[in-house]
Design a protein around this ligand. Structure first.
Ligand code: SF4
Length: 456
């Protein structure tokens, strides 16, 4: 523990990547605070600076390296040679051995299983001289937080991410996340519910449920419950539908939003449950990645065109007014002009409320990286533009359809709010003509649209 006399060390955090990585950063800061240290938003005054990295695709890795080098440079420029630099997150988990050689300026590397021990790690790094590049990283992470895991939230007070599971069991051929984050492991429902009660009691109005595959929630626990040599579903354990029904019983006025669902694990029970639970936002985030059968097979998405089309029909019929967000990858190895054209037709016909497009990134260590028929960047960019052009037109038409409607909004800033169809950080906004109280729900009539955004 830090001595009472010296002022406690200050720890700064630069967190990159996805919401799951952000929750890890919040847990690291929670552990630091529990150890009696302080947190600072000003990197220049930090005794220890943590760069929480992402390694999902090449551009994310570059951004992470740049952030580490920038942090090192700054400590030189700011005459803070004593400032310690710790690297965490997916890139540290995956490449700590290589990074130790490539980045001798880093004082320590931690992995995904060490986020809850950050307080002790910082104390050790501060107390030991000339031990640069020490790695605390362990292979095959298994860590999962609990409801009482100390956490310093980095999101606005009224909105929170809640990790209900970690890791992934899917074999998607373009993805290296399972190699970094390990096998799927769900939190116990009681732990998730206790954390939600705590957040609601703190005044949180929006809880975004996240994991790598949110619809697989609980299924890994069935095997444990069934025991050896018993058919797994003989003792159906926790499910996302059951969890949502319990969340619905929690007192309070708040939204729960589902992020990162996988088409393979949706059920009619889940659709009916969402329809029957008014606390669950009419919003479904379901990355599809492609629609053409051959591409879905090469991507090893464990689903089919027929299943996806049938599912979207059931979602739209079962949850009136639902907004569907998805993402597609263009330029995957072997993607012919015909396969891409069928994806464009699908986007045109399905009219997703929210859609993102990624250019395929040849990820070292993924199956797809070794595939023949890699697509030139010029064609990837051209397909990216064509897909986004179609979606921009559709998004504008969908936005304009809201004009005149009275919608329930969550206020993020005095003149900025979001509808149920807008997840934080990735979707559209509502620009308010009159200021409203931040963190509150309001009802406003939509007066117009500006591109993806609405006005009220
Ligand atoms: S579902 Fe597929 S794309 Fe998503 S994290 Fe798992 S392996 Fe990666």
């Amino acid at each position: 523990m830090i001595s009472k006399t010296a002022s406690p060390p200050k720890v700064g955090m630069i967190s990159l990547g996805c919401a799951k990585n952000l929750v890890d950063a919040e847990i690291m800061l929670g552990s630091v605070m529990k150890s009696g240290m302080q947190i600072t938003a000003n990197a220049d005054e930090a005794d220890v600076l943590v760069v929480n990295t992402c390694a999902f695709i090449d551009s994310a890795k570059e951004e992470s390296i740049d952030a580490i080098l920038e942090a090192h440079q700054q400590r030189g420029l700011n005459k803070r040679p004593g400032q310690k630099l710790i690297v965490s997150g997916c890139m540290s988990q995956r490449f700590s051995r290589e990074l130790r050689e490539a980045l001798p300026e880093v004082d320590a590397f931690i992995g995904l299983d060490q986020v809850g021990e950050m307080g002790a790690i910082v104390q050790r790094v501060l107390s030991v001289e000339n031990d640069r590049g020490y790695s605390f990283v362990t292979d095959r992470p298994t860590y999962i937080p609990n409801y009482d895991t100390p956490r310093f939230r980095l999101t606005p007070a009224h909105s929170a991410y809640l990790k209900i599971a970690e890791g992934c069991n899917h074999p998607c051929s373009f993805c290296v996340i399972p190699q970094m984050r390990g096998r799927h492991r769900s939190r116990q429902p009681g732990s998730v519910l206790a954390e939600i009660r705590g957040l609601v009691a703190e005044g949180v109005k929006e809880i975004n449920l996240i994991s790598q595959d949110t619809t697989y929630y609980g299924m890994d626990l069935w095997a444990e419950k069934a025991g050896p040599r018993q058919p797994v579903d003989s003792a159906r354990g926790p499910t996302l539908a059951a969890l949502l029904r319990e969340i619905q019983k929690i007192e309070g006025d708040f939204w729960v939003r589902l992020l990162y669902t996988h088409p393979a694990h949706w059920s009619d029970e889940l659709i009916e449950t969402i329809a029957g639970c008014d606390k669950v936002a009419r919003y479904v985030d379901m990355p599809l990645q492609h629609i053409e059968e051959g591409m879905l097979g090469r991507m090893r998405r464990e689903t089919s065109r027929a299943h996806i089309e049938n599912l979207i029909g059931r979602l739209r019929r079962g949850i009136p007014g639902v907004a569907i967000r998805t993402t597609f990858i263009v330029g995957f190895p072997g993607e012919s002009e015909e396969a891409f054209a069928s994806l464009l037709q699908f986007i045109e016909a399905t009219r997703f409320e929210r859609l993102g497009v990624f250019k395929y990134s040849q990820e070292e260590g993924s199956r797809a990286a070794k595939m023949a028929e890699q697509i030139p960047n010029r064609i990837k960019s051209e397909r990216y533009r064509r897909a986004m052009t179609v979606q921009q037109r559709i998004a504008r038409e969908i936005a304009a359809k809201n004009i005149g409607n009275e919608l329930r909004l969550l206020v993020d800033e005095p003149l900025i709010a979001r509808t149920q169809a807008d997840a934080p950080d990735v979707d559209a906004r509502v620009i308010l003509s009159e200021a409203a109280p931040v963190g509150e729900f309001i009802m406003r009539r939509i007066t117009g649209s500006r591109g993806y955004d609405l006005t009220a």
